[in-house]
Design a protein around this ligand. Structure first.
Ligand code: SAH
Ligand code: SF4
Length: 423
């Protein structure tokens, strides 16, 4: 089988603005505050001849108080306040739509400029609120079952686009609610955009920022092996899309396996667990007749035996862009049972947000019909321009497909409870 062409486009070097897929900062415009870590802001202010401790002050105003009107930042001098709007802007990606499910799941569609949009999903579970966040528009890894993989990479998100997803959701939570966990399991491959992803983690983890524990942040990767050290380095949690029981099947469903095979991937996983002492979550998408046999369960158990891990079974969510099917419930259950019998820590959970994702799961024709169905869930959609509705429909489809990934989010947070906090 031919390696997906897109694989060669994967960046293993830090993303830089010479790369056409990264949006470039506009010259002579204030710098977006949300693009910077605390250290970046200190360096930025220093470059403008300002005191560096101002960075902490501004971080506190913005992240703790949610004040972005510089006039209200009363511990800054009057002169500095007058100057600040020329130096910094506080723009967030616009919310195009916000859907709420009866079970509490919420879905957001964001405009990230250049006529592109991404989604985030919020999943409540037992006192936790997990945000599933996107790192790229489209994805070049080209996994055969994935809707995002069908759309080539359109743009790697900037730090402000990713931090922005968090802040916009944060600003819309009900009184007393807060996001407790973040999973990079939305659109895109986080390790294909490491610069923005790890800067975002730095911002959200900062005690001057949101102060989110590193152990509550999970990065999911399809297995860009040379970049995986970054996840251990950042002391965040690792989820790996294993998705197959052996090299032959993995190469068939995830062409990236040709570049970094199962052994290379599992060696990198072992490095992570040795270095951090943390368990890994393996995601395993069950594809009817392809990865769902009992023999496959046995192979998976053997393959992962030496790695402290849990396996998150994700029954495939069907979408029109894929030839694969979801196995019957009995097959899913048998697979689950077989792994349990082999003493594997295995998780399988019902999908959430069915009503806001259902539109897509039920359709197998065009995106337009899909949009129409979505109108039922949210009348606001009807007022959107046609192009936006089509983008939304495509995204809805994407997230219907990824609905199962949301399970992964809950699994992960579930485990966070039995671990001591590092933060
Ligand atoms: N690019 C990263 C993170 C985003 S994908 C990665 O691949 O890990 C998040 C998860 O969604 C992955 O485990 C992937 O295998 C799963 N996924 C993608 N499409 C799916 C589908 N149609 N049904 C079920 N799971 C899917
Ligand atoms: Fe990209 Fe992940 Fe989808 Fe694979 S599963 S195409 S890596 S988003």
């Amino acid at each position: 089988m031919e390696l997906n062409d897109g694989i060669d486009l994967i960046s293993t070097a830090p993303v830089n603005y010479a790369d056409d897929n990264v949006a470039k900062p506009l010259e002579n415009k204030p710098t977006n505050f949300y693009s910077m870590t605390l250290e970046d802001l200190k360096a930025f202010l220093k470059g403008k001849g300002k005191e560096q401790f101002r960075a902490q002050q501004i971080f506190k105003w913005v992240f703790e108080q949610r004040i972005t009107d510089v006039e209200q930042m009363t511990n800054l001098s009057k002169d500095f306040r007058a100057e600040l709007p020329n130096l910094l802007s506080f723009e967030l990606p616009k919310v195009i739509t916000h859907l709420k499910s009866v079970d509490g799941t919420q879905k957001f569609l964001f405009d990230v400029g250049d006529n592109l949009s991404v989604e985030s999903v919020v999943i409540p579970s037992e006192g936790r609120l997990t945000l599933c966040i996107s790192s790229e528009v489209g994805c070049n890894i080209g996994c055969k079952f994935c809707f995002t993989g069908k759309q080539k990479l359109k743009r790697r998100l900037r730090t402000e686009d990713i931090v922005g997803q968090f802040m916009q959701v944060h600003d819309r939570l009900e009184e007393g609610q807060r996001i407790t966990n973040i999973v990079f399991m939305g659109m895109g491959e986080p390790l294909d955009n490491p610069e923005s992803v790890f800067k975002t983690i730095d911002v959200l983890h900062s005690p001057w920022g949101i102060n989110l524990s590193r152990k509550k942040i999970t990065v999911s990767t399809s297995g860009i092996v040379p970049e995986m050290w970054r996840i251990a380095d950042a002391k965040v949690r690792l989820a790996v899309s294993l998705n197959a029981p052996n090299d032959e099947i993995r190469t068939q469903v995830m062409p990236i396996n040709k570049k970094w095979n199962t052994k290379a991937l599992l060696d990198a996983c072992k490095d992570y667990t040795d270095k951090t002492g943390e368990k890994i979550t393996f995601e395993y998408v069950l594809l009817k007749g392809v990865t769902d046999q009992l023999e496959h369960a046995r192979q998976v158990a053997k393959l992962t035996r030496h790695i402290p891990c849990k396996i998150n079974i994700i029954p495939f969510n069907e979408h029109p862009a894929s030839p694969y099917e979801r196995p019957a419930d009995a097959t899913i259950e048998a697979f689950h049972q077989e792994l349990s019998r082999l003493n594997v820590h295995v998780l399988l959970r019902r999908s959430m947000g069915r009503d806001i994702f259902a539109a897509c799961g039920q359709l197998n024709s065009t995106h337009k019909e899909n949009t129409a169905t979505m109108d039922i869930s949210n009348s606001k959609l009807a007022g959107l321009p046609k192009s936006k509705r089509e983008v939304l429909a495509a995204n809805a489809l994407e997230f219907a497909a990824k609905n199962a990934a949301l399970n992964a989010a809950s699994y992960d947070s579930e485990d966070a409870a039995d671990n001591t906090e590092l933060n």
